[in-house]
Design a protein. Structure first.
Length: 273
């Protein structure tokens, strides 16, 4: 069977078929075209069919290929971490915009694959960037990404602010997080890509707001006076997150919309008592 024949008989969308061919054969998109009449080896054909079966069963392409693009860079991913999504670029761009021009300290809590922490460090190499996660497997992926992209990150493991190593108190300029915010009974958890992603990174197994309560109420221990916290959330959670920030004494609270016009990122400024 030739490359052309395999694409023609594949039930997958043509783009996905080509992506699998590129991954298995190590060819570029252009080479897939110029080598379309090359015959596939039995080994390549078996590998292609196995990957195709995984995709037909609904597994996301990012996990099949082991990588996903975010903010112009390619990051390694597996089922220990969430798949990077375009909406999260808003949180990244907000943090970059809010950072002071002088060297600063940023802390990404629940860093997953490290897309936020690493992207900030690469955009602002003068800053000190901390990244933490409760999952050892997630941290291994994040550290792999940091090594590949040559980003020097301060790593620590733990459950939100309960980490084995911490920034100094009242030293952090910006705290960011994209925590699990899907409520435990949300039907989306059993649909589409979410079926394959780590559940503890998607849901708090409660009302979807428990992580925000911890992040917001504990931020004052680490933020400088005038430091900021910025959090990604579900499009219906903006009002709740704003209220939590107000109750904790934050000021200049605002919510930013994503490209679809949906409330996606909320933050505020810490005012020391």
């Amino acid at each position: 069977m030739t490359i052309h024949d395999w694409i023609k008989q594949s039930p997958l969308p043509r783009l996905e078929s080509r992506m699998l061919l590129q991954a298995v054969l190590g060819l570029s998109s252009a080479q897939i075209v110029t080598h379309s009449e090359d015959k596939l080896s039995d080994d390549a054909l078996n590998r292609l069919n196995a990957l195709q079966c995984r995709r037909l069963n609904g597994e996301p392409m990012a996990y099949i290929l082991g990588e996903k693009e975010f903010y112009g860079r390619v990051f390694c991913v597996n089922q220990s971490v969430l798949i990077p999504r375009p909406e999260t670029e808003l949180l990244l761009e907000t943090a970059l915009f809010r950072l002071p021009e002088t060297p600063a300290i940023v802390w990404d809590l629940g860093c997953g694959s490290g897309i936020l922490a690493i992207s900030i460090k690469l955009q602002r190499p003068d800053c000190t960037v901390w990244a933490s996660d409760i999952s050892d497997n997630a941290l291994k992926i994040a550290q792999k990404n940091a090594q590949r992209l040559q980003a020097a990150i301060e790593w620590t493991q733990g459950n939100w602010y309960d980490c084995f190593r911490l920034p100094e108190k009242n030293s952090v300029d910006i705290i960011i997080s994209n925590p699990p915010y899907i409520a435990y009974d949300d039907a989306h958890l059993t649909q589409g890509d979410l079926r394959f992603e780590p559940q503890n990174a998607l849901t708090d197994f409660a009302d979807g707001l428990s992580a925000y309560r911890i992040l917001i109420n504990g931020a004052g221990r680490f933020l400088k006076n005038g430091g900021e916290i910025w959090l990604e959330h579900g499009f219906e959670q903006g009002e709740s997150v704003r209220q939590l920030l107000a109750n904790a004494g934050f000021r200049n609270i605002q919510t930013l919309p994503d490209l679809a016009g949906l409330e996606r990122v909320t933050g505020g400024v810490f005012q020391a008592a």
